[in-house]
Design a protein around this ligand. Structure first.
Ligand SMILES: [Zn+2]
Length: 203
């Protein structure tokens, strides 16, 4: 099993980034991501892991190119300090089916890795997906047989350590937003992350 001991949690976007919210603007992705990170961090630390957060503040540098570059610089700085083989990056987002400000039908969990990712990334993403299915978070997603999705996302492509990006249900689906807005919903997503990350170190 891999000896990874350092987890870097990635927050989504920021309060100053437009869009990234439900059609009624009550649910905001940046807030949900930071709330879930706040739940996950102490639980991972209680497991003996060292945990960092790439951009904990609500506001992030603009434009997005700068934000993403600085997130990767932060992650790669930790990789240089601890050894990239000892680090894992998990970026926590909420999906959207459209950018038209309307509600959509798509719902459910998905998890992404870079096209040329490490075996640890693939293993972690697969575990995330299988746990999500077993906990009723699949929604109406068509799950690939490999149990993860590939995407050339900047933060996956430009971080040196194993990295996954979770899309935790949809912010433009009414049922998903209702669930994610509840304490039980946040707890469920937080526990999914804790259990998937813990599985990396299971015997
Ligand atoms: Zn996002």
């Amino acid at each position: 099993m891999s000896p990874n001991k350092v987890i870097i949690l990635g927050t989504a976007h920021g309060s100053n980034v437009p869009g990234k919210c439900s059609p009624d603007q009550k649910f905001r992705e940046y807030r949900f991501s930071r709330d879930v990170v706040a739940l996950i961090k102490p639980r991972l630390e209680a497991e003996g892991l060292t945990v960092f957060v790439d951009m904990p503040a609500d506001e992030v540098p603009a434009p997005q190119g700068t934000e993403l570059r600085l997130r990767c610089k932060y992650v790669n700085g930790i990789c240089a300090r601890f050894g990239k083989e000892n680090c894992v990056y998990v970026s926590i987002h909420v999906n959207a089916a459209g950018a038209d400000g309307k509600w959509h039908n798509a719902r459910g969990f998905s998890v992404f890795v870079a096209p040329l990712c490490s075996p640890v990334s693939t293993r972690l993403a697969t575990t995330f997906c299988e746990l999500a299915i077993s906990r009723g978070l699949k929604g109406n997603r068509a799950i690939p047989t490999v149990r993860h999705w590939k995407a050339n996302y900047y933060v996956l492509r430009n971080t040196l350590c194993p990295a996954v990006l979770t899309e935790n249900l949809f912010q433009d689906n009414r049922d998903d937003v209702e669930f994610l807005s509840s304490q039980a919903g946040k707890e469920t997503i937080a526990t999914l992350h804790v259990d998937a990350i813990k599985s990396l170190f299971a015997k």
